[in-house]
Structure formats: structure tokens, C-alpha cells
Design a protein around this ligand. Structure first.
Ligand SMILES: [Zn+2]
Length: 156
């Protein structure tokens, strides 16, 4: 028998007809799966489909725009200048240089409240009340502040 590469009846080493395997296989799978639920049916998790709070409530672009406008100017309070942001500002203003000893080392610089928070809490987020200090001078300043606070407490 002559070898004909187009003869679909020639079987390969697995006993499967050449060339037709893939299609046959696919058909078998799709037939077997017909009528059976998809693998993820019932597995969609918490409040899927109709139960989901967003069901049937998809916002149109127009609605989204309305929400955007409504939210304008009503930013939550934590959007205001944070202390961290102010400290960064103070360091840049002082060019990362210690105001007491003049040391300039960007990585280690700290920001101090000139008038301590315990004395004037209203100046806590005031850039003018912040100064850049090196850790050494900061420690020394804090010790002085504590004494100051202690003395004030004794007076009042
Ligand atoms: Zn210093």
C-alpha cells in the first residue's frame, strides 16, 4: 500500500486518525459539556448578579460627571496640607541645613517646631513655626523645650 499523506484513515502511533484528531477531540468535548453549567456557576462569590449592589445601576457618563461636579470643593479634611508635606517644605526652604549648627546632610535632617506643640498647638501646622535641625541639635532643643514646658506647668 502506497503511503498517502492525505489519507485520513492512516492512524498515528496512538491509533488516532491523522489530522482529524484535533477537530474530533474538540467536538467530543463540546458535546460532553452541553447542558452542564459552566465551571464558575454558583461560584461568582459574594452577592453576585442581581444581589450585587451595583446590579442595574451602572452609571452613565453624564451621571459620573454630575457626581464629579457635586464633589468639587467638598474634599475631605485629610486632603489639606499634611504635616509631612509641611516638613518637606520647611526642609527645602532651609536648604536641608541645620539652623543651629549649620550642618547640611539631606538624609538625616529633622524638622522641629520652634514653639513646641505643647505650648502653642495652633502653630502645629504653621510653616513659619518649623525649622530644619540636625538630629543632634533637635535632641538638645527638645530637652530645652521639655524644661520650658515643665516650668510653664509649674507656673500655671
Ligand atoms: Zn545641628
Amino acid at each position: 500500500m502506497a503511503f498517502d499523506k492525505n489519507d485520513k484513515n492512516i492512524k498515528n502511533w496512538r491509533g488516532i486518525k491523522r489530522g482529524s484528531m484535533l477537530e474530533d477531540h474538540k467536538q467530543k468535548i463540546s458535546l460532553a459539556k452541553k447542558g452542564t453549567p459552566s465551571w464558575n456557576k454558583g461560584l461568582l462569590g459574594y452577592r453576585a448578579g442581581e444581589q450585587h449592589h451595583y446590579y442595574g445601576k451602572h452609571r452613565s457618563e453624564e451621571t459620573k460627571e454630575k457626581i464629579r461636579i457635586a464633589n468639587k470643593g467638598t474634599m475631605p479634611p485629610n486632603f489639606r496640607k499634611s504635616l509631612q508635606w509641611l516638613k518637606g517644605k520647611a526642609k527645602i526652604r532651609d536648604d536641608y541645613t541645620c539652623r543651629i549648627c549649620g550642618l547640611r546632610e539631606k538624609e538625616i535632617m529633622e524638622v522641629d517646631h520652634i514653639i513646641p506643640n505643647a505650648i502653642k498647638p495652633e502653630l502645629y501646622e504653621d510653616l513659619d513655626n518649623l525649622q530644619t535641625l540636625c538630629p543632634n541639635c533637635h535632641r538638645r532643643k527638645t530637652v530645652g523645650d521639655r524644661r520650658l514646658i515643665f516650668e510653664r506647668r509649674k507656673l500655671t
